[in-house]
Design a binder for this molecule. Structure first.
Ligand SMILES: [Cu+2]
Length: 284
């Protein structure tokens, strides 16, 4: 199910897209990037469209107020208007400047709540993965009942290793979360020690990882690629060095990865107690 704020191609045809978006890449930031990273999930598209609409509303209101201020300065300065009017009330105007902002705010609130509902209401999951925030790395658990039954830790690569792998520094990790395209993925997000936040901009989710409480978020994308994110709650010394890397691949590649991962991570039973951080991510 795809809910759109409104038709994107119509927006683009009217020249109403935000130009900065054209320079943004999917999955990771670019030097001198303006605007968001590309939207690759329906929630992210909704977020982008809503943002575009808000920017236009803000721009129009700002220009309107600027126009009014300029009119006041030009028409009602002491030279142009030596005898000021003594008017203090205008019922019609007062009703208008109350009702019009209320209508604008209600107009913003309706799609805003629709977006909130779309993000929060979990669709039926094809795949569920548990994401555990640790000081300072992420662990992932693929449940047994979905062909998984293993767990692994995901640490940031050093700058040199990331460069060798042709991946962005500070975002690349040793063990990526691999998931298939076109499937609804639900993440169960928890914190093992302190509060972390599981966030990937291109997929437009950001969910707090809280010890003792399970939060859930979801995404679905048809676009294969690597989507990077970062812990987005200050969680201590190496908060900046616990990135998230989600690699979306075809179903066949996912099945092959799953078989490999089961062997590779065989000693890590899903559901086992969370390990205490024994390695720190390198500090730059
Ligand atoms: Cu963190």
């Amino acid at each position: 199910m795809t809910i759109r704020f409104w038709n994107r191609s119509a927006l683009t045809a009217l020249g109403l897209s935000i130009p900065g978006h054209a320079f943004a890449a999917a999955g990771h930031p670019e030097p001198w990037q303006m605007g968001f990273q590309d939207a690759v999930s329906p929630v992210a598209e909704f977020v982008h469209d809503f943002h575009t609409a808000l920017v236009w509303i803000i721009t129009i209101i700002t220009l309107f107020v600027l126009g009014l201020l300029i009119a006041v300065v030009v028409k009602f300065n002491e030279k142009a208007n030596p005898v000021p009017s003594r008017t203090t009330h205008h019922t019609g105007l007062e009703i208008a400047w109350t009702i019009i902002p209320v209508l604008i705010l209600v107009g913003i609130a309706i799609p805003s709540f629709r977006l909130l509902k779309y993000q929060i209401e979990l669709p039926k999951a094809d795949i569920t993965v548990k994401a555990i925030g640790n000081q300072w790395y992420w662990s992932y658990e693929y449940p047994q009942d979905q062909g998984g039954g293993f767990k692994f830790d995901s640490y940031m690569l050093t700058r040199e290793d990331a460069q060798k792998a042709g991946q962005p520094a500070l975002l690349a990790v040793d063990n990526e979360v691999v998931l298939p395209a076109g499937k609804t993925v639900v993440f169960q997000v928890v914190g093992a020690d302190v509060i972390h936040s599981f966030s990937v901009p291109s997929l437009a989710f950001r969910m707090d990882a809280i010890p003792g409480r399970m939060n859930q978020t979801w995404f679905k994308t048809d676009r294969e690629g690597v989507y990077y994110g970062q812990c987005s709650r200050l969680c201590g010394q190496n908060h900046a060095y616990m990135p998230i890397a989600i690699r979306v691949v075809s179903q066949d590649k996912y099945t092959a990865w799953l078989a490999d991962a089961k062997k590779k991570f065989a000693s890590n039973d899903a559901g086992a107690a969370v390990k205490v951080a024994s390695r720190s991510a390198p500090v730059e």
